[in-house]
Ligand binder design. Structure first.
Ligand code: MG
Length: 164
């Protein structure tokens, strides 16, 4: 049995906030606003993993009203979602994702993001795709007011017997 999941997320950009994407801290004037570390890419991937087995969304599992998750490392959310699908007998086949951000350029950081995600999920880096695009100066992303990410994940049951 194979299943697919999709996740998306958006955060406002604000002065004085850290910019953390895919577990990589990036030097920039603005960072993403949010209750946790506001890692938009990890939130989108976490939602995609949860969605693959219809396990709800990141807000249900890690509500922003909960002080435990204030400033939380979003790799924690990613690992938890993965453990839920592992417990159900599934493993990740591959992930594809897109980050929309006007600036700074993300290309120098993409490989580290892929490694961080692959390590957290215990899968090969070759199974994790991260792409980056600008907003072409239009919309909230293009005007530098927001960062957005989208992700799809394919999962498969780990054993033949769990197909039934
Ligand atoms: Mg988020």
């Amino acid at each position: 049995m194979i299943r697919i999941g999709y996740g998306t997320d958006i955060h406002r950009l604000e002065a004085g906030r850290p910019l953390i994407i895919g577990g990589v801290g990036i030097e920039f004037d603005n960072g993403a606003a949010g209750h946790s570390d506001a890692d938009v890419l990890l939130h989108a991937i976490t939602d995609a993993i949860l969605g693959s087995l219809a396990l709800g969304d990141i807000g249900q599992h890690f509500p922003d009203s909960d002080e435990r998750w204030k400033g939380a490392d979003s790799l924690t959310f990613l690992r938890h979602a993965n453990s839920l699908i592992n417990d159900a007998g599934y493993t990740i086949v591959n992930i594809d994702s897109v980050i929309d951000l006007e600036s700074p350029k993300l290309r120098p950081h993409i490989e580290q993001m892929r490694e961080n995600i692959a390590t957290a999920l215990d899968i090969d880096t070759g199974c994790v795709s991260v792409k980056a695009k600008t907003g072409e100066q239009v919309d909230a992303v293009g005007e530098g007011r927001a960062i957005r990410a989208q992700a799809v994940v394919l999962i498969e049951s780990s054993s033949v017997t769990s197909d039934k």
